[in-house]
Design a protein around this ligand. Structure first.
Ligand code: ARG
Length: 460
């Protein structure tokens, strides 16, 4: 068993059960590159500030580099007795470079060290997530561009409401994912703050230069309060909350794809490569990917709740409870990335059933608003037009017909303002293309939205 760095004041060895219970190495070993990079910068700063000799700093940095290779090659031995990645690396460093290794931890504590590592890890992951979202958005825009001639019923309350372009519907998700990417960009500002040098909680008596460390590690900002530096996990909570919102968007598109894949809707079909079958029912083709994404959304919400609950009521500054943050964070990052990637791969293969969608859009009085609008263009106030159209709908329902299936003579019984030109008003094409208000579903608008999106993504 390795000696503990705190052995000095202890008379008993740590119980094995306690070692296993308190160890986080199985989880935090994935921080190793950041831990090593942070330690290298710390060494350099210590030497420049004449806290340790330059020669020793060189030896330490070389040793750290060797450890990085050992871990990358799988030649490094991990052991619960050394608790976490920070202690593993420090312990191995002393084995490699001898007593010089014991200088590495001058003027820092694991409390500020772990905060640094997690911030370095998360800023890298956030940039990766933003790139993945950009790829997904490109796929959404390309798919929307390819399906400009598809119309489906737009819904409110899951009741058919008004026809919309399928591309317009899809571009709604483009907007959601744009905001998600913005949220991650914004969150990055608060992640990208350098906490090292706060030491245990109060700062240090050594003449360190925290701004130099920040510069070496490419942090634009240094944390201002040592107590806050080691206590703050808001930056993770903020990320989890942005991830939850993003997953909520994935869950909504998943729900729609699941509904659309059902025989009841029949609007869309996922490719075979992205569906699975049933072990008992030979006819089944199941939308498991969207279902799992919808399910994983629940796990990510759970992670957000877990960390909020974990942090609530913790007194300042560091508390060991906070070690559990990494499991929550890593799981969220992995889940979110997997969902973005699988959606990016799945979308181009979705088969859209334009006839079924068009049929659905032409049934259920989706042109009732347009009939009222028609009457308004003929001089009737909207409220009156609404009532008049309502009567026409009731009549048509009785006749088991749609509004556009009534004869002109029948329509005229509801208002003498109605003329033969009403029929062109009631076609799906007209209903879509007259909605030219900014952000509306008219074909020209959607084309413009797609052009704007393409421009934005090119520069992303
Ligand atoms: N493994 C710990 C964590 O992840 C590192 C910090 C430990 N600090 C301490 N004082 N025990 O939170």
């Amino acid at each position: 068993m390795s000696e503990k760095p705190w052995d000095g004041r202890f008379s008993e060895k740590t119980d094995k059960l306690v070692e296993a219970f308190t160890s986080s190495i199985a989880i935090d070993k994935r921080l190793y590159t950041y831990d090593i990079e942070g330690s290298m910068a710390h060494c350099k700063m210590l030497a420049d500030a004449r806290i340790i000799p330059h020669e020793d700093a060189g030896t330490l940095i070389q040793g750290l580099d060797q450890i990085r290779q050992e871990i990358a090659q799988g030649a490094f031995r991990f052991d619960d007795s050394l608790e976490d990645i920070h202690m593993h690396i420090e312990d191995r460093l002393s084995q490699i470079v001898g007593p010089v290794g014991r200088q590495l931890h001058t003027a820092r504590s694991r409390n500020d060290q772990v905060a640094l590592d997690v911030r370095m890890y998360l800023r890298t992951e956030i940039l990766g997530i933003i790139n993945l979202l950009t790829e997904l958005q490109k796929g959404i825009v390309a798919f929307a561009k390819d399906h400009m001639d598809v119309v489906l019923p737009g819904y409110t309350h899951l009741q058919r409401a008004q026809p919309v372009l399928f591309s317009h519907h899809l571009m709604a998700y483009y907007e959601m994912f744009s905001r998600d990417a913005d949220r991650f960009r914004d969150c990055l500002k608060r992640v990208n703050v350098m906490p090292l040098g706060a030491a245990a909680l109060a700062g240090t008596t050594y003449p360190i230069d925290r701004h130099q460390t920040a510069k070496l590690l490419d942090f634009p900002k240094v944390s201002a309060n040592s107590i806050d530096s080691v206590s703050d996990r808001d930056f993770i909570i903020e990320f989890l909350s942005s991830a939850s919102i993003c997953m909520m968007h994935f869950s909504r598109i998943s729900e729609e794809l699941i509904l659309w894949s059902s025989s009841e809707f029949g609007f869309a079909e996922l490719s075979d490569a992205f569906s699975t079958g049933s072990s008992i029912m030979p006819q089944k083709k199941n939308p498991d990917v969207p279902e799992l994404v919808r399910g994983k959304c629940g796990l990510v919400f759970g992670n957000l709740m877990a960390l909020l609950t974990l942090m609530k009521s913790l007194p300042l500054a560091y508390n060991r409870d906070m070690q559990e943050d990494k499991k929550i964070l890593f799981d969220t990052v992995d889940t979110l990335k997997a969902c973005i990637q699988i959606y990016t791969a799945m979308i181009p293969g979705i088969k859209v059933n334009r006839e079924t969608m068009a049929r659905a859009a032409s049934k259920g009085f989706l042109n009732a608003t347009d009939m009222a609008d028609y009457l308004v263009t003929k001089g009737m106030p909207f409220r009156e037009a609404h009532g008049c159209t309502g009567k026409a709908v009731a009549y048509a329902l009785n006749q088991k017909k749609e509004l556009h299936e009534l004869t002109l003579a029948e329509l005229k019984t509801f208002s003498t303002l109605i003329k033969a030109d009403i029929f062109s008003f009631l076609t799906i094409e007209q209903m879509v293309n007259r909605r030219t208000s900014f952000g509306g579903t008219a074909t020209e608008n959607v084309r413009e939205a797609i052009r704007e999106a393409e421009k934005g993504l090119e520069n992303a």
